[in-house]
Structure formats: C-alpha cells, structure tokens
Design a protein around this ligand. Structure first.
Ligand code: PLP
Ligand code: COI
Length: 364
C-alpha cells in the first residue's frame, strides 16, 4: 500500500543559533523539532491524508473518544548521528511491530510497518539538523503515537484514528547520566496484570504509574519497580524500563532478567542486551526473580549489579533498592563493570562506532 505524503515546510523554522542552544543542553522531552507527521485512518478510507507539516497544536472534538476512554498508544525510539554525518535509527522495525501489537490490544487500526518507517524518513528528511552531533550521548528521540478521534461517548472502538510523529532532541533521561539511581520497589501498587495492557505501550499504563512514582519520589527514588499483580512476589519491570540483575562477577557473571510474564513490556533494549551479553561471554537467564531475592542477594553480595534498560533510560545503574520494609545498597552504590561494559557496547553500536553485526541500525 502506498500513501503519498503532502509536504508543508515550516514558514519560520527555528533559527540555527537557537537550535544550537537547545542542542547544547536538550534535556528530555522539553524541545521539539520544527515539523511533525500526521496520518489519518477511517474505516472507509483506511490510512490516508499523510502530511508532513509544521509542528503545532492538534485540534479535535471535545467528544473525541481518546479524551474519554484513553484509546491511545505510543512508541519511543532514537535517531543517532553517525560518524560520517548520516543518521541511523536503532531497530525501528521492532518499534513498528510493537506499535502494531499495541494497536491490536487497544482495538485500534494497525499502521503498516512500512508507513511507520516512512513517517520517520519523512520527518528526518526535513529535521535532520536537529539530530545532535556524533560521538556523544545525545540523540533525537522520536515519539510516534496514535489516538482515537471519532466523536462519540459510547464505549466501543473508534472508527477514526490519528497517527502523529513528533521528535525531540534528547540527553540522558535520568539527570546525572550513568550515576546510579535509587529504586522504590512498590508493594502498594502494581503496573499491570495478566490479561491487562502491560505488554502494550498505551498511555493509560503510564497514567496509572504516576501515583506510585510520586510515592517513590517521596522516598528519594527516581524510579519504581513493580511486582506481579497475582502473587505480589515476582519482580516485573520499572515504570519506563526493563530490569537486569548481575549475579557474581568476572568470568562467573550471570545476567538475569525477568521472563516476559505476559504483563511486562517486551523492551527492544532488553532484547538487544540478551544478545550482546551472550556475545561478551555472560551467561544470560530469563527467569522469575522475587523481590525478596533482590533484597537478600544484594545484601549478601550474590547480586553485584542491577540496572534498568530502555530507549530513554539507555542503561541506568541502580545503586539502591528500597521498600516499606527494606533498604539495601547494591554493589557499593557504584555502577558495576558488566553494566558499564554493556552500556558502552550498546551505545557504540548506536553511535556507529562498533560494528552493527545484527543489522540493528537503519540509515534513514
Ligand atoms: N518497560 C516500560 C514500561 C517502558 O516504558 C519501556 C520504554 O519504552 C521499556 C520497558 C523499555 O522498552 P524499550 O527498550 O523498547 O525502549
Ligand atoms: C522510552 O524509553 O521510550 C519510554 O517509553 C520511556 C518514556 C515513557 C519516557
């Protein structure tokens, strides 16, 4: 299926000096590039009206279904400046596939992968200068999302959707870069239950995480880790990244990550790390790990490192885990060698400084 894009360039794009100021200290999600893509879907016409146009407000009816019942999904991926000046995205095909799976779970129209990829090509074509310089930690964060725009208050799948792609230059998600963060292991709240929407990337999952996130912040924690909803025993993931545990060290280091239980978001970074860890000689196991094992293992030194991983968070070391009942420093509160090695390996592939032996990088 081919959908032609109409192009309306921005009449007064950000002056280069202002853009340079923003790129010098982009933060996360604070600034947006000059353009965006929108594509519409209706039951009658399918995907149509693909537009590349100036970044700006969206208008829709107050009775648009998304505003009432939260039928919304999103993705997050990054474009990296390569040493030769070109721009490449990390595994956008995997984001396209997950976007379709999220759409299916939320009973929304599925955007064909090729259209997802083409929307990125279109936006990067006009906003290339917004991709930060090669060699550093910064990148251009791409945020594709889709919402239900049909007007009506009946609870049923919308018959109209709007797909939107925006982009935002991004530094580290957690201020402090690779400085370890403290994590709150929530025993009051869960993120997702079997049969629910945990494996989909829908806005509602994140709305539900805000209260636990504030509770974690009250205890000085930057992120919340969740247990499974059924037994309240097994560690699942954090509010915006997956978890890895390092047992032992040196040649004996073993990596453990929770098995995709049916309520965990299948992270693309997680998937890549399962591959890379094996390549650097680490044994890697997907299995259940309890909250108790996390506290006890960190206390008695069997667990030497813990980190979170995700597109925004990259690989963020966890220096301490707390709950209402316990509080343990992990690996002396410093980032560990396995964490740092994997981080360096992953980010060098993304920056185009290490060979891309898995064809993960898409030049756009
Ligand atoms: N888990 C949650 C809840 C997330 O929001 C994210 C971020 O996208 C991840 C895990 C990591 O996924 P990925 O590595 O695909 O960014
Ligand atoms: C991402 O890593 O893309 C995420 O989804 C995190 C985001 C919710 C800030």
């Amino acid at each position: 299926m081919t959908v032609a894009f109409t192009r309306t360039p921005h009449p007064s794009p950000t002056p280069p000096e202002r853009r340079a100021e923003i790129l010098a200290e982009p933060g996360f999600g604070r600034y947006f590039t000059d353009h965006m893509v929108t594509i519409r879907w209706t039951a009658e016409k399918g995907w149509h009206d693909a537009e590349l146009k100036p970044y700006g407000p969206l208008t829709f009816d107050p009775a648009a279904m998304v505003l009432h019942y939260g039928q919304e999904i999103f993705e997050g991926l990054k474009a990296y400046r390569q040493p030769d000046g070109s721009i490449a995205c990390f595994r956008p095909d995997a984001n396209a596939a997950r976007f379709r799976r999220s759409a299916a779970r939320l009973a929304m129209a599925e955007l064909p992968d090729e259209l997802f990829l083409e929307s990125i090509r279109q936006l990067l074509d006009v906003d290339r200068d917004w991709v930060p310089a090669a060699g550093g930690e910064d990148s251009l964060y791409l945020r594709p999302f889709m919402l239900a725009t049909e007007v009506g208050l009946g609870v049923r799948p919308s018959a109209e959707y709007l797909y939107v792609l925006i982009a935002s230059p991004a530094g580290p998600y957690f201020a402090g870069g690779v400085k370890p963060v403290d994590v709150w292991l929530s025993t009051d709240y869960t993120r997702a239950a079997l049969g629910g929407t945990g494996t989909a990337k829908c806005g509602g999952n994140y709305a539900a995480s805000l209260l636990p996130q504030s509770q974690g912040a009250e205890h000085g924690c930057a992120q919340v880790a969740y247990l499974d909803a059924e037994e309240r025993t097994w560690v699942e993931e954090m509010g915006s990244n997956n978890l890895f545990f390092v047992f032992g060290s040196g040649d004996q280091a073993e990596l453990v990550t929770p098995t995709l239980s049916g309520s965990i978001l299948p992270g693309i970074t997680r998937d890549a790390l399962l591959v890379l860890a094996k390549e650097i000689g680490c044994e890697v196991t997907e299995r259940r790990i309890s909250g108790q094992e996390w506290f006890d293992g960190a206390r008695d030194g069997r667990i030497t490192e813990v980190f979170g991983c995700g597109t925004a968070a990259v690989i963020t070391p966890i220096g301490r885990v707390k709950s209402h009942d316990d509080d343990v420093v992990i690996g002396g509160g410093e980032p560990g060698p396995v964490t740092l090695r994997l981080r360096e390996l992953l980010t060098s592939i993304q920056r185009g400084e290490a060979p891309d032996t898995h064809s993960w990088m898409y030049t756009m």
